[in-house]
Each structure stands twice: as structure tokens, then as C-alpha cells.
Design a binder for this molecule. Sequence first.
Ligand SMILES: O=C(O)COP(=O)(O)O
Ligand SMILES: [Mg+2]
Length: 216
Amino acid sequence: MTEIKLIIFDLDGTLVDSLDDLTDATNHMLALAGRPALTREGVRQLVGQGARRLVERALINGTEDEVEQGINAFLTYNGAHLADRSHPYPGVRETLDALQGRGLPLALISNKNVALCRGLLKVLGLDGYFAAVLGADSLPFRKPSPEPLFKLLRDFSTSPTTAIMVGDSVNDVAAGRGAGVVTVGCTYGYGDLAELRDADYRIDELPQLLKLPFFN
Ligand SMILES: O=C(O)COP(=O)(O)O
Ligand SMILES: [Mg+2]
């Protein structure tokens, strides 16, 4: 079994259950636009491709102006309420500690803006774990593009076969497969189970990562 040298995590739906705060930010934005609120489940289906895509999809048939104002409202609100109701999933800290204890570099690639990623990691006390953090606005490309992964593979001088991408959505699996890394799908996140069918492995809670063959 190959030795793993770099572990790349997604953020929302993988390390942090942020859906309640994303729902609040979405409904704040919708209220300002004079639109009806969405349920948590409704917002779940919009998460995964970054704030712009979420706002565009929430503002059905919205004009360009409405979408631009909506993105500002969403990002401002979310920035001020990053973790009012968000928390790491069970076993996240313990799993990150265990991986770090083995001397493995941990990195993060999210489709959330990088300032929001850093802010969320900091308020939850998870910022110390990651040697690199890439957000939606860090590069011209975002997941499902493999480019953010290629950048980290270059930065960490790691070959694809010795890296893993851990995420909850089809974008994570597609980006990971596109880069040729091992993919792990988190079934407890926001993606539908079918979205994770192409992942090499699926886990129902993060600590199961440590039980996968390449860590044993
Ligand atoms: O905020 C989003 O839409 C997605 O964020 P993620 O890539 O960390 O899951
Ligand atoms: Mg995610």
C-alpha cells in the first residue's frame, strides 16, 4: 500500500458543519432582496460551489444587480457570523491530531472565500493544523478543477499517488480524480450519497479515515 505524504481536506461539510450559519446568511440575503426564506435543507442543496453559485441559485431569475448585491450581503453577513452555530464534526480534532502526530502535512482546499476559510478555522481553533489553505479566490480555478490540487502537489513536492483528497461533494471527488490522487468521500456532509459513488473510499465519520488501509 502506498505511503501517504499529503492529506488535503475540504472544509464545509467535511471538517465543519457550517450549514446553519450558511442558512442564516442566505436568508439574510434573501430577506434584503424581498424574497422568501429557504429551509436548511433547501440551502444544503446550494452549498459546495462557493458563495456566488449559492446566491445565483437562491435568487431564482435574479438580475445581475440583485446577484451582485446578494453576494455582498451574503459574504458580509457570513463574515460577521462565521461560527454562531457552526462546529467541527465529531472526532475532527482527534483525527487531525492523530494525522499531525504521524508527521503528515495537512492542507485545505475549499470553494469558500479564503478569508472566510481562515476566519472559520480560527474561531473554531482549527487554524493551527493546516500547512496550506486555498479558497475559492486563491487561484483562477476552483474545484471541480484539479488545478488547486496540482498547486499543492507542486508546493509539497508530492506525487498524486501519495496524496489524498477528503471531501463531501462531487466537486471534491472530481477534483481529486482529475489530479490523480486517492479520493475519500464523507457521507455525513452535504453531498448526496450518489455524488460520492466515484470516490475510492467512503467514510461515515472523519475518524474512519484513520482506519483506511494506507494508514495501517
Ligand atoms: O462554501 C461552499 O459552497 C463550499 O465550501 P467547501 O468547498 O469548503 O465545501
Ligand atoms: Mg464541502
